[in-house]
Ligand binder design. Sequence first.
Ligand code: PEP
Ligand code: MN
Length: 366
Amino acid sequence: MAKTLDIVPVGEWGFFTLPRPMVIAGPCSAESEEQVLETARGLAAWGIHMFRAGIWKPRTHPGCFEGVGTPGLKWLKKVKAETGMKVCTEVANEKHVYECLKHGVDMLWIGARTSANPFLMQEIADALQDTDIPVLVKNPVNPDLDLWIGALERLNRAGVRKLGVIHRGFSTISSRPYRNAPGWQIAVELRTRIPELPIFADPSHMGGDRKYLQELSQRAMDLGFEGLMIESHCNPAVALSDAKQQLVPSELQTLIESLIIREKDSVDEDYREGIGQLRSRIDYIDEDLLKEFGARMEVSRKIGAYKRDHNVAIVQTTRWDAVMEGMKEKARAYGLSEKFIEDVFNAIHEESIRIQNGVLSEGPEA
Ligand code: PEP
Ligand code: MN
């Protein structure tokens, strides 16, 4: 797909040190000067370069702690002066942007509830015109890749070229055991469409509980994401928001050091030859699958004509249920998951019905 965004590579922003993961850490919310500084000191002590803290908090219910607002930006300034770390916070409207620019915030992020709203995204993009500040855009709360890309496009058109994303999972009916369903495939599809866009995972909001941070962080690294944004608080037990998912800085250090970082690629000759052979096998198999799909749909077309000529309805659910059950049974023998087989055969069935409907609307053969 054509390149859609004009982006400055993350390595040139001057914020993050390689190797992976690039880590952004800090409390869900800035609560007090002491809490912000103590957490920042704990993180700076082992090499974190980018500090996060929410200043304006989008909360589900009114009356919850909604952030300290502009006064908290002064605490972020102190973090910079004392530790040398860069600082970032969430903005959700133009006023937030202006306040951050005035107070020397180094990077902004857009929250999931905001990236889902094109009016707010446009307002923020307009406020960022002619600035050079990097912006990370969280995925919208709903799993809509185009809405996510649209938010990035609005910023990019306003001249924001230091752009990246944060993948924090999606609100869906069932996200168990996590707070938000990971929906990894959406971030992977984004990587395919815009490969130069750096991706940070946010295992804190994805997991919703510190017990999931390790597995989600490792998964993000295995998928080749560049970084992680993780919440860290000097005393999570008394945190005013997201207490269950925050780690003290030393626990976060242990987590980060435990991650296994695999190379994105290898120059090793044996590896290249091996992977080349495997890929060409896959290409042959995919081509066979295409041929078989074509043959199968041809039979569907014939069945459609046959049903039409005998005045029989197209969908017979009992037959399809039996076919599906049989397929699942056989699939097990091939080591294929039921979910996969169900998804594939439902797609095939849908296409088959579409073809048969087409035959029906063509009318009987002359
Ligand atoms: C946050 O990062 O503190 C936050 C509110 O996250 P999200 O927008 O992902 O819910
Ligand atoms: Mn939070």
